[in-house]
Design a protein around this ligand. Structure first.
Ligand SMILES: Cc1ncc(COP(=O)(O)O)c(C=O)c1O
Length: 409
């Protein structure tokens, strides 16, 4: 397995502008192959689905290929791939649908570690149904989300557990499989936010125990499209609000209005991009022969991405930890390559401005990890600075960040 960072970076036209793109956690750049796939869809002539003419059929093929690509990325069944504009919209839709059967006495468990998109839709749905919300707490010293606490939080009344596969600020990757096993033991469903995890690690929804797994393609080199995957048989049991003439079947009845067909072509191209990031040496020469084994290729490729990012991130963390004027948040044993830090005497916004002036893109604020930022005491002081790595970052990006932060001593 090879990870050729120069080859990877050359795939991204935007990276030639000279900036260090450490803002990938808020959305990645897009490789030429994805841009081309979107343009090619429009160029070929596409129509709405279900018509009698070739342009309509082309859109039908794009939708089917997109579902298959997302199934290959996550280990789901293509008939269980729900497509939509983004994770937040889909999660609100699922929360509305799943909460139909909840009532007083029922319970949902959310976590303080999560992005608000995997908290508020459940809290608000529970509120409408008179159900009780229980909170899993992050250990603030380590930012771990201890799985053991779920023993206390779960009961025969728990209907749903919502938990993240990775924190979008401190990077913590909780033991989702253990949490899901405990939830399933009491008959609860498990809704996993995979938005931050998916760009960094191989994903297997079966191994995670996720009844629902959400991810957004714009976090892993694709266009602004979200998906939630689930077992088709589970989706068959649910009745979302839908228009009368809209599809009755699964997953179509969870999808609202006309899809962004050209973007869906870009999603499939982005999965193919991920699958080809780290080709085994023997396969680079014969891409055609590997096309049918995309699930295996994406798993192997993402394992190489995880290894590459982990190594690069260790240097970034060591560099920041060595600076006395920097306070780092996040110490989880298993984590995505995302650093969250403050700088003495400067607001997070001032730090981000200083970095932007040196061509380093980072985010500042609570980054919608609103509960965690509050628990860490950072919400009122403007949050913290977030610098995140993705597979196209290289050592020069890390070096530039560290040099620019060092200037603030
Ligand atoms: C961990 C996590 N969950 C959910 C979301 C929301 O995703 P979307 O923008 O697709 O609604 C984000 C976006 O930043 C995120 O990082």
């Amino acid at each position: 397995m090879t990870f050729d960072i120069d080859r990877v970076r050359a795939a991204y036209p935007a990276l030639s502008d000279g900036y260090a793109y450490l803002d990938g956690a808020a959305g990645t750049q897009v490789p030429a192959a994805v841009i081309e796939a979107i343009a090619a869809a429009y160029r070929s002539g596409i129509g709405n689905v279900g018509g009698t003419f070739p342009a309509s059929a082309r859109s039908g093929v794009i939708v089917a290929e997109c579902r298959q690509a997302l199934a290959d990325l996550t280990g789901a069944h293509p008939d269980g791939v729900i497509l939509g504009p983004n994770m937040t919209t889909l999660t609100y839709r699922l929360a509305d649908t799943l909460s139909r059967g909840w009532g007083p006495g029922d319970e949902v468990v959310v976590s303080r570690l999560d992005h608000d998109a995997n908290i508020r839709p459940w809290v608000q749905a529970a509120g409408r149904r008179g159900a009780t919300v229980r909170w899993a707490e992050a250990d603030l010293a380590t930012t771990e989300l201890p799985a053991a606490q779920y023993g206390e939080l779960l009961s025969g009344r728990t209907r749903l557990v919502a938990v993240t596969a990775a924190s979008n600020v401190v990077g913590t990757r909780p033991d989702v499989a253990a949490i899901a096993a405990a939830a399933h033991a009491v008959g609860a469903l498990v809704y996993v936010d995979g938005v931050h995890a998916t760009p960094h690690v191989p994903v297997d929804v079966g191994a995670l125990g996720a009844d629902f797994y959400a991810t957004s393609a714009y976090k892993w080199s694709g266009p602004h499209i979200g998906t939630v995957v689930a077992e088709p048989a589970l989706l068959e049991t649910l009745r979302p609000d839908k228009l009368a003439p809209a599809p009755e079947g699964v997953p179509g009845r969870f999808e609202r209005g006309t899809a962004a067909f050209a973007d869906l072509a870009g999603v499939a191209a982005a999965v193919e991009h991920l699958a080809s990031l780290a080709p085994p040496a023997s396969e680079t020469a014969d891409a055609g022969a590997t096309a049918g084994r995309r699930r295996q290729r994406v798993l192997a490729s993402m394992a190489a991405v995880e290894e590459y990012e982990t190594r690069l991130f260790a240097g970034l963390l060591d560099g920041l930890a060595a600076m006395k004027h920097v306070t780092l948040y996040g110490k989880a044993a298993r984590r995505a390559p995302t650093a969250f830090f403050t700088v003495a005497g400067r607001s997070p916004r001032q730090v981000a401005e200083h970095l932007a002036a040196r061509q380093v893109n980072v985010w500042h604020g609570d980054n919608y990890a609103w509960e965690l930022a509050g628990a860490l005491g950072l919400r009122e002081s403007g949050g913290a600075v977030r610098a995140g790595l993705v597979h196209y970052n290289h050592q020069a990006d890390v070096d530039r960040l560290l040099a620019a932060v060092a200037e603030l001593a």
